[in-house]
Design a protein around this ligand. Sequence first.
Ligand code: PEP
Ligand code: MG
Length: 575
Amino acid sequence: MFSIHGTAIGGGIVIGRARVLESQRFDVARYHVSADEVQAEVQRLDAALAEVKSELDAVAEQLPDDAPAEASALLEVHAMILDDPMLAQAAREQILGNGWNAEWALASQADGLARQFEEFEDAYLRERGRDVQQVADRVLKALSGSDAGSRPLGAGDPAIFVAHDIAPGDMLSLRSALGFVIDLGGTTSHTAILARSMNVPAVVGLHCASELIEDDEWLILDGDNGLVLVAPDESVLSEYRHRQAASVLERRRLERLLNVPTRTLDGRPITLQANIELPEEAAVAREAGAAGIGLFRSEFLFMNRRELPGEDEQYEAYRTAVLGMAGAPVTIRSLDLGADKTLEGAASTAPNPALGQRAIRYCLAEPEMFMVQLRAILRASAHGPVRLLIPMLAHHHEIEQTMRLLDRARVQLRERGAVFDERMPVGGMIEVPAAALSAGLFVRRLDFLSIGTNDLIQYTLAIDRADHTVAALYDPFHPAVLRLIAMAIRAGRRAGKPVAVCGEMAGDHTATRLLLGMGLDTFSMHAASLLRVKRQVLLSDASQLALKVSRLLNSDDPVRVRAALARLREEPVAG
Ligand code: PEP
Ligand code: MG
């Protein structure tokens, strides 16, 4: 047994088997077959091997006379690899012994063999590793042609997925995930955010876990403490089973708060909303007690595909979210692509994607695409309260340009006779220090503000939120960050406009009292965090907190600020 430490993403404890995803082999389905299916699975593998054998024979026969001598030699090598007992026979044994499906058995043998080749000094032998992979790829392709081999990624047994990195879009297809163990990323990387929204335990920033953990190994994943225990012994397993049971009990206790009105001890009503990535999550969020959707990250509709979704498709998606909330407001954020979220096949080539053409900058550079989205959002507003949220504002003219496009979208819809809310509120995200400093000016032109602390921290501290090597410097409680958040809240309150926080800080119950003390009354977070934050609200006195927090904000000494924050959190009842 050994342990690996990384950055905690939350989600509690899970115990399960590892499924190590290799980036190139991302599409290899891995699942167990039952004892009475193993013979059929071996036959499936044999049929695929035979198919590839005859393919190779056919290619060899059809080689033109003037083909280079290497071509037929290479085909012979491939035919030999195909027959090699280290590949075929060992894969059969994996199926019979471990009940692995044919693809899994073959891919893992091929990877093992390829690794052995890579260790040779001799360059020629090292290259043979590549041949093994190529032969295995042919067999995998043949397997996927047969019925049973075409299970989609993630449709196998529930498992803890271990990877060097997973693109946010790919995670959406891993629905059988019990948890995630990922080498790269920090607390607010989009991979981490998705893990939270899928409500599964996750640890990121583990550096080389994907190399240390073997497929099918037992793991204990403690998402709250950022800990992964590999191949645990019986005594550790039983300790963690106890802890798991305790956290289930805690969840039950929290569930009792579901229908309690959200008010501070001194009677201030607080609104707790949910963040979603997919439209279907709205109904789930409502059941979890969300009083609205404070952030619908619409870009997830655009990921994992080559064609952009059209107006009707987007409209249907937004309408699903609106209907799911049954009359409570839904805040749809316009497309926030760029940085670590990209369209399929469009890996960013910008020198620094986080500072490049991201979010509103991208939308304004592609007005036709943006107009399609604006029309779809407006049309969804016919079915319930919808608000539009503009991400990553830095300049006043970005608001002006968006308003102009929105006006044009309204005219087009009127011409078509389409129904929509003529007064749909438009808000802006405060995610860039420039926006926090200009919040007073921005809010005059907007109906509400929403503070995206994930990016605000990233841009204030110059820390790439997806880069694990600087994750330790990513500090939500840095005095500079706290002042910018407080400044934006104050600007909104002065203008009499609602202000929310929708970054991960809103769902961090250790930050609840701090934000209440700054005067925040709307928090938007992943539904799974709602009740824990609610419990904090119920135990807090907002006016007492306001005094303490204003004192804390006057200090720019991080040590004093930390100590004051700790007191704020620890007092059983603030006062
Ligand atoms: C944020 O930056 O805090 C935010 C809510 O937006 P995202 O995490 O999608 O960048
Ligand atoms: Mg953001």
